[in-house]
Ligand binder design. Structure first.
Ligand SMILES: Nc1ncnc2c1ncn2[C@@H]1O[C@H](COP(=O)(O)OP(=O)(O)OP(=O)(O)O)[C@@H](O)[C@H]1O
Ligand SMILES: [Mg+2]
Length: 260
């Protein structure tokens, strides 16, 4: 991932629960930044990198991600008290996502993505337990008439409590409220089974290692859920293990029959 330095805090994205903000960087790029110092801690940032980059490799459009440095000096120029504190608590490495200017939130009105594309996103969400793509909070943007997936911070639920690998691998999450469920249903069980096989074949141990390697150490060592001395290499191994177990399992979480 590209590494840039934040130069100016432009504006908060007030609707975002994790207090994301728009920040200008020293490469003249504009980024939506998820701050390490926000309430959820760095777990949300780990999920953004792992799920976003996995999605990209599954053929899903995800805005480019970058590691963005925050200098507490930037906080000094910030009049808003809450933002100032957030920036101070986030000194160091944070997650930046390329800001898509003029994008609009997907609402299913007037424009729909191709069902096959919707199914890829649905599969990613089922694999990674992303329950945060509902009608009330679609976390999908339309930009240049194409669908872009954002906000994977709530995925990878295992990282908050580290249940047994087997339990997590088999667990179904309720995706009945998923914003794309109706579109996915249209494809029918045969097409969905084929897509499942295609996507599962992409998610190899090698691919997962490559994706997890993109997570900066600084996100891993500050996980709230890990109290023992956290070795980033050991934590990366764990993420690969959990994801691989889920993709190797019976994939009861991919409701080919249920949604058809
Ligand atoms: N890359 C982007 N380009 C343009 N706008 C964006 C981008 N990423 C996010 N936004 C806008 O900012 C809002 C908040 O972002 P995001 O959903 O990632 O934050 P969040 O704090 O996790 O939100 P919540 O938990 O409320 O869903 C989005 O709904 C969208 O309107
Ligand atoms: Mg969101």
């Amino acid at each position: 991932m590209q590494r840039v330095m934040g130069t100016r805090y432009l504006t908060p994205l007030r609707e975002g629960g994790s207090l994301p903000g728009v920040v200008e960087a020293d490469n003249d790029g504009t980024y939506v930044v998820k701050f390490r110092g926000a309430g959820q801690g760095s777990a949300a940032l780990v999920a953004e990198v792992v799920v976003g980059e996995l999605g990209r490799r599954l053929g899903i459009r995800v805005p480019e991600l970058a590691v963005i440095g925050v200098d507490p000096e930037v906080a000094r120029r910030e009049p808003d008290q809450e933002v100032q504190e957030l920036l101070r608590a986030s000194a160091g490495e944070n997650l930046g996502m390329d800001f898509l200017p003029g994008s609009v939130g997907y609402d299913g009105v007037g424009w729909e993505p191709p069902p096959e594309e919707a199914a890829r996103i649905y599969w990613l969400d089922a694999l990674t337990a992303n329950v945060d793509r509902t009608w009330s909070n679609p976390n999908l943007l339309i930009w240049h008439r194409r669908l872009w997936a954002i906000d994977h911070g709530a995925a990878l639920l295992f990282q908050h409590s580290w249940p047994s690998v087997a339990a997590w691998a088999a667990r179904r999450y309720d995706l009945s409220q998923h914003v794309l469920a109706d579109l996915v249903t249209k494809l029918g069980p045969a097409v969905l089974a084929k897509l499942d096989a295609e996507l599962a074949a992409i998610v190899t141990a090698e691919l997962l290692k490559e994706v997890v390697a993109l997570v900066p150490d600084s996100f891993l060592v500050s996980l709230n859920s890990v109290t023992e001395d956290a070795d980033p290499a050991e934590l990366r191994r764990r993420y690969v293990e959990y994801l691989l177990a889920r993709r190797m399992g019976d994939r009861g979480w991919w409701p080919t029959e249920a949604i058809a």
